[in-house]
Design a protein around this ligand. Sequence first.
Ligand SMILES: Nc1ncnc2c1ncn2[C@@H]1O[C@H](COP(=O)(O)OP(=O)(O)OP(=O)(O)O)[C@@H](O)[C@H]1O
Ligand SMILES: [Mg+2]
Length: 316
Amino acid sequence: MQYAIKVNNLKKSYNENQVVKGINLQVKKGELFALLGPNGAGKTTTIHMLSTLLKPDGGTVLIGGVDVVKNAKDVRKKISLTGQFAALDEGLSGLQNLMLIAKLHGYSNKQARSIANTLTQSFDLFEARNRMVANYSGGMRRRLDIAASIVTQPDLIFLDEPSTGLDPQSRIQVWEVIRSLLKLGTTVLLTTQYLEEADQLADQIAVINKGTIIAEGTPNELKASVGEKTLSFRLTKPYEHKKICSILADQHALSVFEDDDPLVFKIPVIETRLANDAIHTLLVNEVPLDEFALGEPSLDEVFLALTESKHEEVVR
Ligand SMILES: Nc1ncnc2c1ncn2[C@@H]1O[C@H](COP(=O)(O)OP(=O)(O)OP(=O)(O)O)[C@@H](O)[C@H]1O
Ligand SMILES: [Mg+2]
């Protein structure tokens, strides 16, 4: 099978600092592949190597079977890159930005105007098309950015943190835009720090941390690989955290994780029976339980289990 992207043992160092440590990736045509990782994980460095902007120190990258180092020019014809930091001309309107890009790609003035008009409609920017980009909101810029990346209808699009810094509503609009790219059959590789974004959009997720892929699979496989269910419960009123932790640790050898909400606790459990036992014990001890639920771990919890670096574990 020919992959849209095939990466083998890719490496990059800056001075003594190896920031991409021999990663392997395979992205199928038409799928959305998410590279999920925290700040400094090596996401942008990787995407720059995949899109010919940065030369790898080692390993190979094939885009549609074509080598990014040996045939960079051919690769560039197939791809489009939307960077982490938007590259729009602030002094031009949205429509003018899109027309400029279309003309740079050899379209006539008339064709360019038609393409730009259609794109502003598809990306909910038609009303604002004649306003200067300097006056656009973050969400509008991001949508224009993605619109700009598909002026030439590439087979493969790289999106580096497409929704970072956007409010929830703009983020959802950007997701809609990305879903519409997938419907056209475009392959998308995006990077994100948002577990929810990867969960919402991705067919495949690779979790990258400190230059290494630490897990890979579909959102469901990643959750299953952690091998646990999560019991979440909420209290009716504040209650001593330590007491809950020690009751569950002593009687069931369970760990308790705090949530941002002080009334909410989460407990990873290996089997349903343990969740029953835990609830029973809490009720016997008159812990003021309000509601509880047993579910698949969220990607957040998967990431926690994989990197052991987020959230504070109250009791081990
Ligand atoms: N040009 C450079 N020179 C030296 N070090 C660099 C350079 N670019 C990136 N780095 C370092 O490489 C590491 C990976 O950076 P990279 O930008 O790829 O991370 P990232 O996953 O995209 O992070 P973010 O989520 O913050 O965008 C970081 O430690 C960064 O400081
Ligand atoms: Mg980055």
